[in-house]
Design a protein around this ligand. Structure first.
Ligand SMILES: [Zn+2]
Length: 151
């Protein structure tokens, strides 16, 4: 990552990126919306505040920025040379928190999907089609269960 910002400035810029909907998140939501998927975004009552939740089917989708969420072996996850310790600690905390959140959600019966920024950037359409297939499979199995129960 080019070091064009001072440390202070970089922290400011980074904290803004971290808290706002990213373009790629918006793109993912729109894609799903246009295919009839209705969801909630950043639902605060759900662990980890997933970017997208489909409560009816207990589906939680995270759109992870590779830098912020420390995507392993990814070219976008490179620690800045300045203030290395600060970033290392911060990002390792993020990675740990993500892992814990996903585990908790899965224990509670949620279907958790993580979409990585790099994957979406290089193969948006195939990634989304794959996700949609999985969403539909979950939807079908839940609806079959409901059907059996009502018999
Ligand atoms: Zn990545």
């Amino acid at each position: 990552m080019a070091d064009c910002f001072s440390t202070q400035k970089r922290r400011e810029v980074m904290s803004k990126i971290g808290s706002k909907d990213t373009q790629i998140e918006i793109k993912v939501r729109l894609w799903l919306y246009h295919r009839g998927i209705r969801y909630r975004k950043n639902c605060k009552t759900i662990i980890g505040k997933p970017d997208i939740t489909i409560k009816k089917y207990k589906i939680a989708i995270f759109v992870h920025g590779c830098f912020w969420h420390g995507h392993e072996n990814c070219k976008y996850y490179r620690l800045p040379k300045s203030n290395l310790e600060y970033w290392k600690e911060k990002l390792e905390k993020n990675i740990k928190r993500d892992k814990e959140n996903i585990e908790k959600l899965e224990q509670m019966g949620w279907n958790v999907f993580v979409l990585w920024e790099c994957q979406l950037k290089s193969e948006f359409e195939p990634t989304m089609i794959e996700l949609l297939k999985k969403i539909n499979a979950i939807r079908n199995s839940k609806e079959n269960q409901a059907h059996l129960l009502s018999k």
